[in-house]
Write a protein that binds this ligand. Sequence first.
Ligand code: PMP
Ligand code: GLU
Length: 397
Amino acid sequence: MKIISERIRTLNESATLAMARKSRELTAQGKDVINLSLGEPDFNTPDFIKEAAIEALKENYTKYTPVNGYLDLREAISQKFKRDNNLHYTPDQIVVSTGAKQSIANVVLSLINPGDEVIIPTPFWVSYQQIVELAGGSCKFIKTNLENNFKITPQQLSQSISSKSKLIMFSSPCNPTGSVYSEDELNALAEVVAAHHQLMVLSDEIYEYINFTGKHYSIARHPKIYNRVITVNGVSKGFAMTGWRIGYMGASKEIAEACTKTQGQFTSGTCSIAQKAAKAAILANPEITTPMRQAFQKRRDLIVTLLKEIPGVKCNVPEGAFYVFPEINSYFGKSYNGKTINTAEDLSMYLLTESLVAVVTGEAFGDNNCIRLSYATSEELIIKAVDRIKNALQKLT
Ligand code: PMP
Ligand code: GLU
């Protein structure tokens, strides 16, 4: 009898975290690795947020918290949904979790029965597929490509829906492509969802504040489907708070209660101190996120320009998040030192060992022709990294 369960043996390690781990290992060996693998802002958490955490400690917020989060934090999130998204979620429709990742896992575990289908546009964020499969669901992927800016059409969505479809999940701004759906595009997709009463939507809006189009729109605004949308968000990206582990969701009361029950058996309420810090972040004027967004946009422009100078590399212009997802399949079939590059995974490993640049293979995001680079790092390192990539690619014959 095998020690490890079938469920976990078939689960893939998160490719983003795996590459970050490999990069750290090489750095510990004294290698000068540039890590473009992990999607995490290189900024520090703003001081006023840290002060709120210190205050919480001093006031002895050190005990177990309510499973769905402190009421004052859920009230703050309720105000934020109204202020930024024009969405009405009362505090009992909100569940605070240990990161948006846990919010997503709670939703999927609470909604999906074995055999249910979850529609996922590709490329998708690495954990979606694994979480759905862990719940016994099956993924139905909708293919997109660089030519259509990695966005699905209402027709594609309509064609992918079957009697087993229960949920569609996607991120906008998207990790890994940076694509952003406009209000019109989301409303058109919402109309398709509206016609299928069993279908729900998980809208992952974790990159809301890193949106270069100037407008973020939530699909839950569409009145016909408001009750069937779960809006997931968090403080990791917009406020540079990845290590604090706070995410949240707004949904119908029924779904929120189910997610609270799920969370109550896994982790209980999330960290008391981090919740108080998150409240300060969420109640602040969102304009405090502007300097970070502007820095990301400048880096986006830089990395896209540099990548487009490399022969055979194609790339869209991301409208949000902090990733580029260039197509690199023109290098497949080429070799170096007797080793042939056949896949995006081979190319990522080649870039790591030959040029000491850590990127993530597109395969983990459901697209075999691309690699993902996170540009949440300094302009100096971006220039150095792309230069190294260019040199390594030139060596392939
Ligand atoms: N969704 C997407 C699209 C992401 O890129 C991430 C990565 N952090 C998450 C959810 C999870 O974020 P966290 O758990 O840090 O809130
Ligand atoms: N979401 C980030 C990424 O895609 C962090 C890693 C993770 O949570 O998997 O790189």
